[in-house]
Design a protein around this ligand. Structure first.
Ligand SMILES: Cc1ncc(C[n+]2csc(CCOP(=O)(O)OP(=O)(O)O)c2C)c(N)n1
Length: 557
């Protein structure tokens, strides 16, 4: 049996035919036809998560693992608005989501009926596309139109780059009707436009011949071993490759601890590091320092590679955007790229090597603080850990240690919210068998503690809360302290603890208040195979900032 609403029955049929299977439904009555149409299908894996904000991020995490669009479905009204943070993150991080919102029929909108907001195009500023299905499908034309709409919507979740797509679905009452009649619909694939590879490669090859100081800068992207090898071969030709942990690239030739390097480049020597040609690709960049450096010392030319052709003029020097996949561009380029003079490459490499030594020297001198805790955690987390990094200091601390191939790095850096990293990690862990460890600040954990309010948390989910009694980032950046409002309005200082939250949702709980306790608790926490677990590490907020500031001073050459 399925819903007697033809619009949703058609949608559920095409969803399966197009190879999708996962949907997270949040409870409500207006979306009853969605529940019936999807949950009755044996091919569909339907989950129930009450909090739509958390459901959106959980779905995002599932899609990160599977690469396939995950659907979320909710009732009408403010429920739909609670998807907004996850949709924005998915949009900027390029993760495929299919957002289904149930609605009242058009004749009842703005007439005083309950649980209504204007839902058509409600996410329009941060979604790839928005559609609405017809309320009734009574003739061939409407069927054709709805079939096309659904096909377009699902295709757009993947093409030309992945991202979120919205379908608003109006329903007339009664909502719970059933039928045996299954809607049959045609699958329409997207027509991909051919890309003239030869032409763009030749153009980029020309500029690569012209310049010696070439800097390739990778933004956030998922791990891809083949691509890693390709870029390693490019770096072997004395091209400087800058990467962050969230770029998921590892090779000793990559400059993978950008902030360490950039923080030590003195004005007088900046031109030695300044590129003639900058080539970028991937998503967001974490380092503020490098953005400032490249604006102060801009490249002669900046080329950006993007499968959708979206320009990203971060450094106000963008000359060309290549509409292509980065692996296509670099696999052609490697064939014709000449080896570059080693002077520029060695300038970067020598600085990196020096700073790695200085970092290690500093780390052995410091007391128990966030920096020491990160050093310990990154050393002791096991091989093949999927490491999820919260905003804001966890993802920033990780950059100081460079990229380790034992990790696959994740972070909600699309829009850098603190509102969904726990749910995102839980969604990843649900979809995967490997270990998923989140390192989050206390505010990020408390904000998204509804992530624990579902039945899909698996023992491979481990959450490390660095509890420094508030937003530690605000003690480090310039401004909050001088404002006179640091504790109340920036740090949001508190003495809340994660213990009872873990207990409320039946997670095992471990804690540490100093290094000895951390060593003991960490072993128990990471080896706990029975249920998901939380390790709360208490650190001293003032000292944390002092030690990190002193770190950058110590690095200075
Ligand atoms: C939804 C949202 N609200 C506010 C912010 C601004 N913000 C960035 S970091 C931060 C503090 C986070 O504190 P915590 O999770 O304890 O991490 P820490 O700063 O200590 O690393 C805040 C409020 C944000 N990024 N996202």
């Amino acid at each position: 049996m399925t819903s007697d609403k033809k619009n949703v029955s058609l949608l559920a049929g095409l969803f399966v035919k197009k190879g999708l299977s996962d949907i997270i439904i949040s409870p409500g009555s207006r979306n009853a036809p969605i529940v019936i149409a999807f949950a009755n299908k044996p091919e569909v894996n339907a989950l129930s998560i009450v909090d739509e904000r958390s459901a959106g991020f959980f779905a995002l995490g599932m899609a990160q693992q599977s690469g396939k669009a995950v659907a979320v479905a909710c009732t009408s009204g403010s429920a739909a608005l609670n998807y907004a943070p996850a949709i924005a993150e998915a949009y900027y991080q390029k993760i495929p989501l299919l957002v289904l919102t149930a609605d009242r029929p058009p004749e009842l909108i703005e007439r005083g009926y309950g649980q209504i907001i204007r839902q058509k195009e409600v996410y329009k500023n941060y979604i790839k596309a928005s559609f609405e299905l017809p309320v009734e499908i009574e003739d061939e034309d409407t069927l054709k139109e709805a079939t096309q709409t659904i096909n377009n919507a699902i295709n757009l979740t993947q093409y030309p780059e992945p991202g979120p797509v919205h379908i608003n679905i109006p329903f007339r009452e009664p909502l719970y009707g059933l039928t045996k009649e299954v809607m049959q619909a045609e699958v329409i694939e997207i027509e991909k436009e051919p890309i003239n590879k030869e032409q763009f490669i030749n153009e980029l090859a020309d500029v690569c011949w012209k310049y010696d100081k070439i800097l390739i800068f990778a933004g956030q992207q998922q791990k891809d071993e083949e691509f890693n090898t390709l870029l390693s071969n490019i770096a072997a030709k004395n091209v400087v490759v800058l990467s962050e942990t969230t770029s998921n690239l590892t090779n000793e030739k990559f400059m993978d601890c950008i902030d360490n390097i950039i923080s030590t480049i003195h004005k007088d020597e900046a031109s030695r590091f300044q590129p003639e040609l900058l080539v970028t690709f991937g998503g967001q960049v974490v380092s503020k320092m490098v953005k400032q450096f490249l604006r102060d010392n801009p490249p002669g030319e900046h080329w950006h590679i993007s499968p959708s052709g979206e320009p990203m003029d971060t450094y106000f020097r963008l000359k060309r955007t290549l509409t292509a996949k980065p692996n296509k561009v670099f696999s052609e380029l490697i064939k014709i790229l000449p080896e570059k003079s080693s002077v520029y490459f060695n300038t970067w490499r020598q600085r990196k090597e020096l700073l790695v030594q200085r970092k290690n020297k500093y780390l052995v001198t410091i007391p128990y603080t966030d920096l020491q805790v990160f050093d310990f955690l990154l050393k002791h987390l096991p091989d093949h850990t999927n490491l999820h990094l919260g905003n804001s200091t966890p993802v920033r601390y990780s950059q100081l240690f460079g990229s380790d191939k034992k990790f696959t790095y994740f972070s909600n850096r699309g829009v850098s919210g603190i509102d969904g990293q726990v749910s995102t990690t839980a969604g990843n862990a649900y979809t995967d068998k490997e270990l998923h460890v989140l390192i989050t600040g206390d505010l990020g954990f408390l904000y998204d503690s509804n992530a624990l309010m579902n039945h899909y948390l698996k023992p491979n989910l481990k959450i490390i809360v660095i509890n420094n009694a508030g937003g530690g980032i605000f003690r480090f950046i310039d401004g909050p302290e001088q404002s006179g409002h640091l504790e109340t309005f920036f740090e949001a200082k508190h003495d809340w603890r994660a213990e009872k939250i873990a207990e409320a949702f039946s997670l095992n709980y471990y804690k540490a208040e100093n290094m000895d306790q951390l060593v003991a608790s960490f072993a128990n926490f990471i080896n706990d195979q029975k249920v998901p677990a939380v390790l709360e590490i208490f650190t001293p907020n003032k000292k944390n900032a002092e030690i990190l500031k002193a770190y950058f001073e110590f690095l200075k050459v």
